[in-house]
Structures are given as structure tokens and as C-alpha cells.
Design a protein around this ligand. Structure first.
Ligand code: PMP
Length: 385
């Protein structure tokens, strides 16, 4: 019997959210904002629900959404996409990852995974019969360099799963680092499956560059986006896939048997949302940057050592640098059970040789929630040092 999925424990996000519910803790573990996304987008979904068809939409996604995806990335990333040949819609980025990995990776193919890694990558690669080759990043800079990529590479290496901006580190990789990745892929004819769900959540004016826009990557690249992250509607689960036709067709073969399609009313509303002006997206960045600054400054003022966060909803806290002699897992369990805060240990994002001194906190919360959390964290800091 194939136990790839059944052998997996429940994800750490589930475990910590469960403990947060049981104990009434403030949940800075799982990444979701505590207010809902734009009212006009939700109104458009409601309108579509009542006035448009609720029957199966096309497997590729609604034509208006695929046109909106092409328009959006043309406008924001300068990528010219053919909506019918190079875009399709999935039920969340999670399904897009599954479709890309199950559709492309053949048994025996080696797949480079960069740790810390988003939890879906490894089980999907294993399920596809792929052989994971791990590259390890370390704090505080979490840089990717060519030597580490080369060391993980062999003639059997066909794919690299890349995540930028990166969960959980909060890295928005520099152009130079992206070039290292792009050159590496070109040199070894490697296809990059690029998880860019956080593309609009970047800070300090740092531009996000899609790997698809890098020279030499157009034919070697599957780009994955998530409307949930673009519009602070994480429960909507609308994934956006862009890829050259041969890659897209391989992923579609898996998509047709995974979900086949995605609720049409939400697709209509996302098509509307993708057309929003730059000012919407800059306001989004400012809002989450404000949360990052508030949590980061608050943590420093009570003696914790927060790490930099250039994007996503997350920042890391270095326990060692904070003078807390505990592993990340022990700290997270103590924090949720005794001090009323749920967080996520970074070691959960490693398949081997984990970094064990960093925990992830979500700052996509109201000022009030963050301030309440900081009060509890101050108590923890005083007790655990
Ligand atoms: N990839 C990464 C890196 C993520 O952080 C997330 C959500 N936390 C996903 C994929 C899943 O996105 P979705 O909710 O659209 O399935």
C-alpha cells in the first residue's frame, strides 16, 4: 500500500490552530488576516452568485478570468501571456502545486526543494514518484547560492520548486539571487515551478520580480499565484497558473482529475479584482507593512530578536538571539499552552537537518490583536529566559 499521504502527520498549521481553539490562544500561527478582503470584490462574487450561472465552468477557468490574469501580469510584471494557451485556473495555489507536480514530475525525476519549504511540496513530489534533493537555507539571511544548487543537482534533476516571496522566511529574493536561480535552471535545463502566491505582499518598496520575467525562463517555468493572498480572502482558494503551452498542458492533465474546475462566482469576482488599480495593491502592502513594523518593534522592545521580513504575512524570531534556551517546537508548545499565543516552529518547514531556533509569527492582524499578543509575549519572555 502507498502510504505517502497517510504517513504524513496533520500539518503543523492544523495542529497549532487546533491548540489555539482549544486553549483560546491568539492565533499568530496560521497565516490569515483577521479582517475580510475588499467589499467591492465580495459584492461582485455575491452578484455573480445570484445573477450568473452556477453550473460547471470550463475546466481551464472562465475566459474573463484568464483574460484578466494575462492583463494583470502584463501590467505588473511586463509578461506577455496568451490567455488561452498559457493560463488556467485552479482551486487555490495548493491545487495548482498539485497539478504542476503530479502532471510534470515522472517517477525517478529529481526535484530540488529549498528548505525551509512550504509543507505541500515534499508530499506531492513523493506522491509523483519524484526524488527530492534538498537545499538548506540558514538564518539570518536565508540566501540561495549557486554552489548549494549545484551540489543538489545531477543529470537526473528535472525540476526546482521555488517560492518567492518565501514563506516562512519573509524573503523577497533580490534580482541577483533570482538570476542565480534562472542561470542555474538554464544551465541544467531545469523547469522551475515557481510559487509566487505572496507576489503582492512585499515591503519597503522592494520590487517583486517574477521568475517568469527573468531572461531564459519563459519556456522553463510554471508560475503559480493565489487570489486569496492578493485580496486577503484566503478562504476563496482561487489559484492562477501561467506557463508555456507544453508545461501548462501537462499540469492540466492532472487538474482535470483533481478538481476539474472552480466555483464560477468566485472566478468572476477575482477577474474583477485583478483589474484593480496599482493604488489598491500599494494600500495592501502598506497595511501589512504596518503590521510587520508594529510586531517587529514590539518584539524588540520586550527583548526578542525578530528577523527581517521583506514580504508575506510572517516574520521569524530567533530564540537563541533572544536568549531563550529552548528548541522552536518546545517554545511553540509552551507558548500556546501556558501563554496563550499560537506560533509555528521553523523546523516544521525542514525535511532534514532542521533549523531549530526560529519561530514564525503572523502579523496580518489588527493593532489590537498584535498589542494583546505582545503583552502575552512579554510575560513569556520574562518567564522563559
Ligand atoms: N504556497 C505558499 C508559499 C503559501 O504560503 C500558501 C498559503 N499559505 C499556499 C501556497 C496556498 O495557497 P492557497 O490558499 O491559494 O491554496
Amino acid at each position: 500500500m502507498d502510504l505517502v499521504f497517510t504517513q504524513q502527520p496533520n500539518t503543523i498549521f492544523d495542529v497549532m490552530s487546533g491548540l489555539a481553539r482549544q486553549t483560546g490562544a491568539i492565533n499568530l500561527g496560521q497565516g490569515f488576516p483577521d479582517s475580510d478582503g475588499p467589499e467591492d470584490i465580495r459584492a461582485e462574487a455575491a452578484r455573480a452568485l445570484m445573477q450568473s450561472s452556477n453550473q460547471y465552468p470550463p475546466m481551464y477557468g472562465l475566459p474573463e478570468l484568464r483574460a484578466a490574469i494575462a492583463e494583470h501580469y502584463g501590467r505588473f510584471q511586463g509578461i506577455a501571456l496568451d490567455p488561452t494557451a498559457e493560463t488556467f485556473v485552479t482551486s487555490g495555489a495548493t491545487e495548482a502545486l498539485a497539478a504542476a507536480i503530479l502532471g510534470l514530475v515522472a517517477p525517478g525525476d529529481e526535484v530540488i526543494l529549498i528548505q525551509p519549504l512550504y509543507d505541500a511540496y515534499l508530499p506531492l513530489v513523493l506522491k509523483a514518484g519524484g526524488i527530492p534533493k534538498l537545499v538548506r537555507q540558514t538564518p539570518p539571511e536565508w540566501r540561495i547560492d549557486r554552489e548549494a544548487l549545484e551540489a543538489a543537482c545531477s543529470p537526473k534533476t528535472r525540476y526546482l520548486v521555488f517560492n518567492n516571496p518565501q514563506n516562512p522566511t519573509g524573503r523577497n529574493f533580490s534580482y541577483d539571487e533570482l538570476k542565480v536561480v534562472a542561470d542555474f535552471c538554464a544551465a541544467h535545463d531545469i523547469v522551475a515551478i515557481s510559487d509566487e502566491v505572496w507576489e503582492h505582499v512585499t515591503f519597503d518598496g522592494g520590487a517583486f520580480t517574477s521568475l517568469l520575467a527573468m531572461p531564459g525562463m519563459r519556456e522553463r517555468r510554471v508560475k503559480i499565484g493565489s487570489a486569496g493572498k492578493m485580496f486577503s480572502l484566503t478562504g476563496w482558494k482561487i489559484g492562477l497558473v501561467c506557463a508555456a503551452p507544453p508545461l501548462m498542458n501537462a499540469a492540466l492533465k492532472a487538474h482535470q482529475f483533481l478538481t476539474f474546475t472552480t466555483p464560477p462566482n468566485l472566478q468572476r469576482a477575482v477577474a474583477y479584482g485583478l483589474g484593480k488599480e496599482e493604488s489598491y495593491f500599494s494600500a495592501l502592502r502598506n497595511r501589512f507593512q504596518h503590521g510587520r513594523d508594529r510586531l517587529s518593534a514590539g518584539l524588540e522592545s520586550i527583548g526578542f530578536a525578530p528577523l527581517a521580513s521583506e514580504g508575506t504575512y510572517f516574520l521569524g524570531v530567533d530564540l537563541q538571539q533572544s536568549g531563550i534556551p529552548m528548541t522552536d517546537k518546545d517554545f511553540c508548545l509552551t507558548l500556546v499552552k501556558e501563554f496563550g499565543i499560537a506560533s509555528i516552529p521553523f523546523s516544521a518547514f525542514y525535511a532534514a537537518d532542521p533549523v531549530t531556533n526560529v519561530v514564525r509569527l503572523c502579523f496580518a492582524k489588527s493593532d489590537e490583536t498584535l498589542d494583546n499578543a505582545l503583552e502575552k509575549l512579554a510575560k513569556a519572555k520574562a518567564a522563559l529566559r
